[in-house]
Ligand binder design. Structure first.
Ligand code: DAH
Length: 345
């Protein structure tokens, strides 16, 4: 019996870490005690068997409760909001229209960054491999290219490489650096942002879309350090969420920054106070975006001398920020064109 109690402890602990909760029923420890029912002496067998079954039922009930919770979330209807076979759809009068929440929030983010001194750039929806990879220090055949599930055209440029639908807004870094280099040489800084649409060949779910938005920032001057990066991001996010947040950085890897960091902040929704918070899964912290000190090779690719100038850059998802700010649980709402969602903004 003590043994069953021990297995119970192990399994409950593992349960908390499992993504597919039902896998707990396949645990070897559970199989072992089930198999053992046959071996225990006849007079103890009934009691032993009952205990093991109780444990199995306890786990099954836990799984069922969890599944029920998921099923009870309102399903996301992704069908067209109008009858697509009806000829001319019954459109709203334009006086009833409003800006899409993403458009509104991007304008707000750009406005904050502009007030912080960042020049706003539009990115592109079709680009080349040089801007997606080479200029960002992803050499040809580098495995990190595979991290970006990039859509490519069949058509090729004059060097025989396919065009791409940008998988991140970092594609703008080389262009921005080149364009603003003269002002750097005039003693000014480079501070620019690009908030725009990017594309990845993703499996779709509540957190992933093939088409989404990113915000990118880039800052170059003399004597730039990582503390300035952290302070800039913290200010931007505090302004966006309208409240104080704590931030932390952990080491990470990107080819175009050295050192690279993963940037996290305290959950602006529950502020770490709610163990059942859906935004941060009760963790209190959210890993938000990638950032780092611009790699010397990236500066050199734009003819900027890394011995003289240093800089920082960041990039992250836009919808993620909007979802956190408003407690939106499913990314697919944004593209659903459903008025009852859109009218809330
Ligand atoms: N481009 C990266 C991505 O989409 C994010 C990123 C990380 C952008 C670090 C940056 C950076 O500018 O410095 O995964």
């Amino acid at each position: 019996m003590e043994e069953i109690e021990k297995v119970r402890g192990i399994l409950l602990e593992r349960y908390a870490t499992l993504t597919v909760k039902a896998d707990v029923l396949k645990a070897p420890e559970l199989k072992q005690i089930l198999a053992k029912i046959r071996e225990v002496p006849a007079e103890q067998r009934a009691a032993y068997g009952r205990e093991v079954n109780n444990l199995r039922e306890e786990l099954q009930a836990k799984i069922a409760a969890e599944v029920k919770e998921v099923v009870e979330l309102p399903p996301i209807d992704v069908t067209a909001p109008m009858d697509v076979n009806a000829g001319i759809p019954d459109l709203l009068p334009s006086s009833n229209g409003s800006q899409h929440p993403i458009t509104k929030e991007i304008a707000y983010m750009s406005d904050i960054l502009q007030r912080m001194g960042f020049r706003v750039y539009e990115s592109r929806e079709i680009d080349n491999q040089y801007h997606m990879f080479e200029s960002l220090n992803f050499p040809k055949d580098h495995p990190a290219r595979d991290d970006y599930d990039t859509f490519m055209t069949v058509e090729e440029d004059k060097d025989g490489s396919r065009f791409i639908a940008p998988a991140h807004t970092s594609t703008m870094q080389n262009r921005i650096l080149r364009e603003l280099k003269p002002q750097l040489e005039d003693g000014d800084v480079i501070a620019a942002t690009s908030i725009d649409r990017v594309f990845r060949n993703e499996d779709l779910d509540a957190r992933h879309e093939h088409t989404f938005y990113q915000h990118e920032g880039i800052y170059v001057s003399k004597g730039v350090n990582a503390g300035m990066l952290v302070a800039t991001l913290q200010k931007f996010l505090e302004e966006y969420f309208g409240k104080k947040i704590e931030v932390r950085v952990n080491p990470f890897y990107f080819p175009f920054t050295e050192p690279s960091f993963e940037f996290s902040l305290t959950c602006p929704f529950c502020e770490g106070e709610d163990k059942t918070c859906k935004v941060c899964s009760g963790e209190g912290w959210i890993e938000l975006l990638g950032c780092g000190m611009i790699h010397p090779k990236v500066l050199r690719a734009a003819d900027i001398d890394p011995e003289v100038y240093t800089g920082f850059a960041w990039g992250g998802g836009v919808e993620r920020l909007i979802m956190m700010k408003y407690g939106i649980e499913d990314l697919r709402h944004f593209e659903s064109a459903k008025l009852d969602f859109l009218r809330q903004f």
